[in-house]
Design a protein around this ligand. Structure first.
Ligand code: SF4
Ligand code: SF4
Length: 310
């Protein structure tokens, strides 16, 4: 029996119709994990010990999806004009709209269903930043862009305000050439990080990163960590990336700032934030990764370290 095949153009046509701006394919083969292992060995993953689990699946997608032939990578931009609250406290722009995990999973499942109408033997699993899938490495192999010095994934046209997702399937396809790196001699992200969390060898030390401390750190945030009024995530190195200055502006309705988030930020500024405000904001939001108590503690930490802000 001949091998099942789907052309990348067919997948792209359906993906673009669903709102994706990038789509590429790479052969499902084992990955070189040396850099990742080195990163965790040096404890740059801080308390995120779960990143030591499932390394067998991370290194070889066939251990995750046994009949895997191809990893399709997709991206969708959230680089929108005026999509930022100008008040005192800040939330990373990726978390201002609806939860990207849900939005993209729904789109990828629709895509699989559409493909299956023409190719009934197409078997696939979809992933969005959830299982041990090295999504940035796969996207680079699929020719969609490269992993910048700040560890964000960057596309030459859309910059790095993009969400990635994958379909791992039993069909072969047209495989792209791996993208080249276009950071060059730029060091803008490294110089912009208020805590010097971006090390010269393209490594993020999570122990110093605002994003880690405001989301993942279950303990107290050290007083020496500058938060620059971020109460969830951090956009500083992203905003300073030269590729985001010239990135194409999009309007992806699902990722526009929700009114519940605007309300949460205003109430936080007025010091009248209630759990009910948080519960409304976290519904269908990436904010649901933290509890109300953590958000309150982040706000307190921001207030405590005002003297660290230039
Ligand atoms: S997300 Fe913020 S704290 Fe983390 S490396 Fe980038 S600028 Fe630094
Ligand atoms: S700011 Fe410069 S070095 Fe940093 S990720 Fe962007 S292009 Fe690369």
């Amino acid at each position: 029996m001949s091998e099942h095949f789907i052309s990348i153009d067919e997948v792209k046509t359906h993906a673009y119709a669903l709102g994706f701006q990038g789509c590429g394919a790479s052969k499902a083969e084992p990955l070189n994990m040396e850099r990742f292992y080195e990163w965790t060995k040096k404890n740059y993953n801080a308390s995120m010990s779960y990143l030591n689990n499932y390394n067998d699946k991370r290194a070889d997608v066939k251990k995750l999806v046994p009949n895997a032939k191809t990893v399709f990578s997709f991206f969708i931009s959230y680089n929108m004009n005026n999509n930022r609250n100008e008040g005192k406290y800040k939330i990373a722009s990726y978390a201002l709209g609806y939860d990207y995990h849900k939005v993209i999973k729904i789109k990828l499942h629709k895509l699989v269903n559409t493909i299956q109408e023409r190719h009934p033997d197409f078997e696939a699993r979809v992933f969005v930043d959830s299982a041990p899938v090295m999504e940035k490495i796969w996207a680079q192999k699929a020719g969609l862009g490269w992993i910048g010095k700040n560890s964000c994934f960057i596309n030459r046209t859309f910059g790095s305000k993009i969400f990635l997702g994958e379909i791992i399937c039993n069909f072969t396809s047209d495989y792209a050439n791996e993208s080249k790196d276009h950071c060059g001699k730029c060091n803008k992200c490294i110089n912009s990080c208020p805590n010097k969390a971006i090390l010269p060898n393209r490594t993020i030390d999570s122990n110093k990163c605002i994003s880690y401390h405001t989301i993942e750190n279950k303990g107290n945030i050290p007083e020496t960590i500058r938060l620059d009024n971020y109460i969830y995530g951090c956009d500083i190195c992203l905003e300073n990336c030269i590729w985001n200055k010239k990135a194409k502006i999009v309007c992806t309705e699902e990722f526009l700032q929700r009114k519940e988030i605007t309300c949460l930020l205003s109430k936080a500024e007025e010091d009248s934030l209630e759990k009910s405000d948080f519960n409304k904001a976290k519904k269908h939001s990436a904010l649901s990764r933290i509890k109300f108590e953590k958000l309150k503690s982040n706000i307190q930490s921001c207030n405590n370290n005002q003297n660290l802000i230039k």
